[in-house]
Design a protein around this ligand. Sequence first.
Ligand SMILES: [Zn+2]
Length: 124
Amino acid sequence: MNGRQARNRASGHRARVESALSAVRDAAPELLEERPAEGMELWRKGPAVFALPMLREAYPAELNNAIQTRRRAIFDCCCPCGAVMRVTRGGQTTMRHAGDCPASDEVLAELAAAAGVETRRRDG
Ligand SMILES: [Zn+2]
């Protein structure tokens, strides 16, 4: 493969990623399934499906606020912490939140553990 072919291939990949991202961004979120036993909901947004933690009255406000921030970030495809949704080479969506962002895996897991809520780690 020469340089131009490599660049064309890379820009083809970028174009596919951009169109996948805009399809996710433009789509309205649609609730597919509730899994209360797992504390999860499955949402479709365009071509992507996300497993999101459920809000619960029994949770402390801090945990519900963090869950709400996480859900908003997924629905908006960006987060107040500056994280933006990206699509990996494998076609998975990913968001890298700031370390102290309440929507990050780490902070959510800490808040859940502090509240005695069992969580299963999931991507998304
Ligand atoms: Zn964030």
